[in-house]
Design a protein around this ligand. Structure first.
Ligand code: AMP
Length: 191
């Protein structure tokens, strides 16, 4: 079972990923975490990524797709199922994900879309910034990230709806209620 966890910044992708991993034993790939790890280790890639992340912009598709291909090859190619958290974020990335899975004889099962209003996303990110010190969770960068989400990422909803893969989840409720809906939707989708 290969799943994409989809939603705006602060929509709860990381939190719900943890719960899904626990329940289904899936392997987790968060592209945001991969990039933050490079920044922490001060790699060449980390230096490039930091410029985009600090500006609230997306890492260019070619580079991001290459990074994902490498991560899948290194840690996920033999795994029975993967949660993609934060990827794809553009239509070209969605097309690339298809190819990356296909060349390994795998396919995308479903896209879980956590739907949360913008004002709630802002509140959550401000709060996370205070709790974790995450550098891009500041008011100015949050605004940019939301703009990027609406212009570049949200068209993926329609893209995956057309493919019958999009499962809409009301992500504004509490963590366990959201998780229950995800499980139900995934169960129904499988039948
Ligand atoms: P996230 O932790 O998923 O919120 O990602 C944090 C930041 O990393 C984003 O604001 C982007 O700058 C960058 N990033 C993460 N995933 C991607 C992706 N799939 N494509 C481009 N940039 C990404």
């Amino acid at each position: 079972m290969n799943i994409v966890l989809f939603g705006g910044p602060g929509s709860g992708k990381g939190t719900q990923s943890e719960k899904l991993i626990e329940k289904y034993g899936l392997h987790h790939i968060s592209t945001g975490e991969v990039l933050r790890d490079h920044i922490k280790r001060e790699t060449e890639l980390g230096k490039i990524a930091k410029k985009y992340i600090d500006e609230g912009q997306l890492i260019p598709d070619d580079l991001m797709i290459q990074i994902l291909d490498d991560v899948i090859e290194k840690e996920a190619k033999d795994k029975p199922g993967v949660i993609f958290d934060g990827f794809p974020r553009t239509i070209p990335q969605a097309e690339a994900l298809n190819q990356l899975l296909k060349k390994r004889n795998k396919e995308l099962h479903a896209v879980v879309g956590l739907e949360v209003p913008d004002d709630e996303l802002v509140k959550r990110m401000i709060n996370r910034g205070k709790l974790t010190g995450r550098a891009d969770d500041n008011e100015e960068t949050i605004k940019k990230r939301l703009n990027v989400y609406h212009s570049q990422t949200s068209p993926l909803r329609e893209h995956y709806k057309k493919q019958g893969k999009y499962l809409a989840i009301d992500g504004s409720r509490d963590i366990d209620q959201i998780f229950d809906s995800i499980i139900k939707e995934l169960d129904n989708h499988q039948k």
